[in-house]
Design a protein around this ligand. Structure first.
Ligand SMILES: [Cu+2]
Length: 231
């Protein structure tokens, strides 16, 4: 197993074109006031190029969230974007109204407004939170969400959480469009006759149109005994 020192890991993250988020342990008791958590935009310098990204940050400037299992999840979410957003607390089990999925658990949070969240934490773990609105997560709107097990407090270990996020200058919408359109375009543009198939192959490739049925013989007995129809 390859191991890295903490210093080497941090140096590697800083030197790479990846966006990194470090979360430092927060020791202490439960907060009496809700933690103000802000969703905002920022400009990153990626190898000398400006990159517009979103981020989740505490009003104190701390990245991400960290709790002890005995804490309750008391958060006031502020939307400082100029578009709606909503965060999903990935790995936590809140009441469903606080699960952060737009139009399922609640409406997306409009710009300039706040939502309050309050529920007990039930499981320790290395979780994360991310926008569930549009493609905001792909614009780096995600951050670590750590819940510590008090039973591990006495371990002689230093905890460092590093979250790596990939950066591309092609807009996420364009990636999605290419992924959706590119596959179909490739298949339509493929010359089937030029594909290298063994002459005795039982494999067939066919074009399907919407509304057509496809019959699949599962056992090689071409009797329709086990065919499946896909509308
Ligand atoms: Cu999630």
């Amino acid at each position: 197993m390859t191991s890295f020192s903490r210093r080497a890991l941090i140096a590697a993250a800083a030197a790479s074109s990846l966006s990194s988020t470090l979360v430092w342990p927060r020791f202490g008791s439960a907060a009496a006031e809700p933690i103000d958590l802000e969703v905002e935009t920022r400009v990153l310098d990626i190898a000398g190029r400006a990159y517009d990204a979103d981020r989740i940050v505490q009003s104190s400037g701390a990245d991400g969230l960290s709790f002890d299992l005995s804490d309750s999840f008391d958060i006031r979410l502020h939307n400082k974007l100029d578009e709606p957003t909503l965060l999903h607390w990935h790995g936590l089990t809140p009441p469903w109204r606080q699960d952060g999925v737009p139009d399922l658990s609640q409406k997306a949070l409009p710009p300039g407004q706040t939502y309050d969240y309050a529920f007990p934490l039930t499981s320790a773990g290395t979780h994360w939170m991310h926008s569930h609105q549009g493609l905001q997560e792909q614009a780096l709107l995600a951050a670590p969400l750590i819940v510590r097990d008090p039973a591990e407090a006495d371990l002689d270990e230093q905890e460092v959480v590093i979250m790596l996020q990939d950066v591309t200058f092609k807009p996420a919408e364009q990636w999605l469009e290419d992924l959706r359109g590119g596959h179909g375009a490739m298949m339509q543009g493929t010359d089937m006759d030029s594909m290298d198939m063994p002459p005795d192959s039982d494999t067939a490739m066919m074009s399907m149109s919407e509304g057509q049925d496809m019959m699949m013989e599962m056992d090689g007995q071409h009797d329709g005994s086990d065919s499946t129809s896909f509308p």
